[in-house]
Design a protein around this ligand. Structure first.
Ligand SMILES: Nc1nc2c(ncn2[C@@H]2O[C@H](COP(=O)(O)OP(=O)(O)OP(=O)(O)O)[C@@H](O)[C@H]2O)c(=O)[nH]1
Ligand SMILES: [Mg+2]
Length: 333
């Protein structure tokens, strides 16, 4: 299962307390104040790690507490600072504060760090408070509490290419033939319930990542079908492949399908609607009315989109499509 959300609690260490103490040594009469300060509480940091690609590890381990600072001691001994805790998250994780809903941080690269909860300062011991008129202060400060908050983590898959289209358009079938991903494929709508990622290998270490997401239908932006909530997985893609079934199997008109999906994209996010699209007519092995293909092609050209016609079953046109995607995404030297 693809997990892309997790709620965690981060609690930084409290600061240690300062102490009240006085020097007591054999040959030092009336020794002055010598209470040391408390140590600082440990921080909780989040750090991005390229080797992770889900938030699953945090689902099972949602509490992250850093150590408290030790209390100060006599003879001006400072309490030890609490150790920090580092929580690893995949690149692409966004951090929201549950209480306010605010976006606190966005991990766009590996080895980024975010201070999720700051450790409390240690309290001052009484030696801090000695002045010429107050030579024996009999008080100290307590340590400050460490920050404590609940965070909602969200991982958007960072894919280069997003597949969108009606249910049954052939999205999962395409990703299964161009990558090693093995999503469920079936002859009914809403086969795909969770996004799948596939890595397309072009050789020479050149790759791109494709996201296959559940199908959209009219009204998805208002929650119809599975709704548009999976569109956040294609929000960051550089290119959208808009798949349209041109066989008569769908029982709908390809140009209408194309327009409906574009409307849903725009309703979700105008930026997404403006993202470069390649329009892909699918299932051409089962094409029985050529007019369905040509009218979609005309429409795509009118919208100044590249257009390809493929069959994932026979492989017809698939290679050309992959090459065109590679040309759009990868700089050629
Ligand atoms: N004839 C033919 N059938 C295809 C082709 N590609 C996909 N199909 C069939 O179309 C049906 C739907 O394919 P999927 O890949 O599951 O469609 P999808 O777009 O992922 O559908 P959802 O996950 O429900 O949104 C399956 O029965 C596939 O076998 C094709 O190129 N030619
Ligand atoms: Mg599917």
């Amino acid at each position: 299962m693809f997990i892309d959300r997790a709620k965690i609690r981060v609690k930084a260490g409290d600061g240690g307390n300062g102490v009240t103490a006085f020097r007591r040594e054999k040959f030092v009469p009336r020794g002055g104040p010598s209470g040391g300060d408390g140590g600082k509480g440990g921080d909780v940091w989040l750090e991005s790690d390229e080797s992770l690609n889900t938030l699953l590890h945090l689902r099972y381990n949602p509490e992250h507490h850093a150590e408290r600072g030790r209390h100060g001691e006599g003879s001006n001994r400072h309490g030890r600072d609490g150790d920090d805790v580092i929580v690893k998250v995949p690149v692409g994780t966004q951090v929201f504060e549950v209480a306010s809903g605010d976006l606190l941080h966005d991990f766009t690269d590996a080895f980024q760090r975010f201070l999720a909860a700051k450790g409390g300062k240690g309290g001052w011991g009484n030696s801090h408070f000695a002045t010429s008129t107050r030579q024996a202060p009999r008080f100290h400060y307590s340590g400050r509490p460490g920050e404590d908050r609940e965070l909602q983590l969200e991982l958007k898959l960072i894919a280069d290419v997003g597949l969108v289209g009606f249910p049954n358009a052939g999205k999962s079938t395409l990703i299964s033939v161009i990558s090693a991903a093995k999503p469920k494929i079936a002859d009914y709508p809403f086969t795909t319930l969770e996004p799948n990622l596939g890595v397309v290998d072009l050789g020479d270490f050149r790759t791109f990542v494709v996201a296959d997401i559940p199908g959209l239908i009219e009204g998805a932006s208002e929650g119809a079908g599975l709704g548009d909530r999976f569109l956040r997985h294609v929000e960051r893609t550089k290119l959208i492949l808009h798949l349209v079934d041109v066989s008569s199997l769908s029982g709908r008109d390809p140009v209408d399908d194309y327009k409906i999906i574009n409307r849903e994209l725009a309703a979700y996010n105008e930026d997404l609607a403006a993202r470069p699209q390649i329009v892909v007519a699918t299932k051409i092995d089962a094409l029985d009315e050529p007019g369905r293909l040509s009218s979609l092609k005309e429409r795509a050209e009118k919208d100044q989109c590249d257009f390809f016609a493929i069959s994932s079953v026979t492989g017809n046109g698939v290679k050309e499509l992959v090459n065109a995607i590679a040309l759009r995404l990868l700089p050629t030297e």
